[in-house]
Write a protein of this length. Structure first.
Ligand SMILES: *Cc1c(COP(=O)(O)O)cnc(C)c1O
Length: 369
């Protein structure tokens, strides 16, 4: 990491996250033609880095949309039949909502918020009814729960289903090895653990998944993965891409690949552990008033959701932390006021996180006095 890492290292929001100055500067470059050698070689460089990031030799699709677009792409190109959605928070619930919106037959396998799916329960459900696909959130950003997507995919395969993985706060922070784990479809967004501005989404599909997708007739046009595959193989995109965001990605993705995924995963794991230890210490000072929402052993490396005592609201905490110069996130969905979330992903470091947690300490100690 050669340039100064962070704009100022104060933005611990769980997406978008902080973007380094060199990446922001790349956004101001003049336009280039998207059907031409300059664009194609840029896309080629991005492919090289993205393949390292996803652990794949497959082409990586780059969509000029937010991540939700590629969640819809996954559902629209899934094999015919019922889709089972594992729902343990707001984003996995969105996957289930997309299944409905695309008029696919779907069922929800509800898991208590804060928990990961019990793999035996999943296996039993899949044995009891024939499903064509399973949807799952790798890192459920609303609660900070990490799910073992390798095991979920294996169980899906044992029961004749494919697995569609939303790894929006996973890819780049949590271990994910697309080829080795024999995943079918995995997607992420630019604004989370890849520390890019919002507006791009990235996905990989297995060869078999793309082949069967060709037979699905409701793929639509903008999010058709068969089109993405065809164009990606030529280092192009089906439509006019968000060229400025590609310039930014062309700067950032090689930084990520150069850090190496093992080092990056370890850095994120260390930030998550530090945050959870900090919550425990803070809670101990205040009579056990706070707790990490996700169960131990299933905690996301990129985001920690923290349950608050009933005496304070999320907005009060955010305002107090802001007074000390740091931005953290509110709770999400039904937990908006009863929890807060700290996003420790992307280019953030343990040292930067310490400063954020020190600011949070000051805020909490004043509020809970
Ligand atoms: C942020 C997020 C999304 C939605 O991404 P958009 O880019 O806003 O469409 C989906 N899933 C998870 C797990 C996320 O964290």
């Amino acid at each position: 990491m050669t340039d100064s890492l962070l704009t100022n290292g104060t933005f611990f929001f769980p997406g978008p996250t902080e973007v380094r100055p060199a990446v922001l500067a790349a956004l101001t470059q003049p336009m280039i033609a998207h059907r031409g050698p300059a664009f194609e070689s840029m896309y080629g460089r991005m492919q090289d880095a993205l393949q390292v990031i996803f652990g794949t030799t497959r082409p990586v699709y780059v969509s000029s949309s937010s991540a939700t677009g590629l969640m819809e792409a996954a559902v629209r190109s899934a094999p015919a039949g019922r889709i089972l959605s594992i729902v343990n928070g707001a984003f996995s619930a969105r996957f289930a909502a997309i299944v409905q919106a695309c008029a696919r037959d779907g069922d929800v396998l509800d898991v208590e918020w804060g928990k990961a799916i019990d793999l035996d329960v999943l296996a039993e459900r899949l044995r009891g009814m024939r499903y064509a696909a399973v949807t799952v959130a790798h890192s459920e950003t609303s609660t900070g729960v990490l799910t073992d997507i390798r095991a979920v995919t294996r169980i899906a395969h044992e029961n004749g289903a494919v697995c569609l993985v939303d790894s929006v706060t996973g890819v780049g922070a949590a271990e994910l090895r697309f080829d080795e784990w024999e995943l079918d479809f995995a997607l992420t967004g630019s604004q989370k653990a890849l520390a890019l501005p919002p507006g791009l989404a990235f996905a990989v599909a297995s060869k078999a998944f793309v082949e069967q997708a060709g037979a699905q007739h409701a793929r639509g046009l903008y999010f058709d993965i068969v089109e993405f595959e065809t164009y990606a193989l030529r280092n192009q995109t089906p439509n006019t891409p968000a060229i400025s965001l590609f310039f930014a990605a062309d700067v950032q993705l090689p930084f990520i690949a150069a850090e190496t995924m093992a080092v990056r995963w370890a850095r994120h794991a260390a930030m998550a552990k530090r945050t959870c230890d900090w919550v425990d210490a803070l809670s101990a000072r205040h009579g056990g008033a706070l707790e990490v929402a996700a169960t131990p052993g299933h905690r996301s490396p990129s985001v920690t959701s923290i349950g608050l005592p009933s005496s304070i609201t999320g907005s009060t905490v955010l305002a107090a932390v802001a007074q000390h110069g740091f931005t953290i996130g509110s709770g999400y969905g039904k937990n908006r006021e009863t929890s807060i979330r700290i996003g420790h992903m992307g280019d953030h470091t343990l040292e930067g996180l310490e400063r954020c947690l020190a600011a949070c300490d000051l805020a909490f100690d004043a509020l809970l006095r």
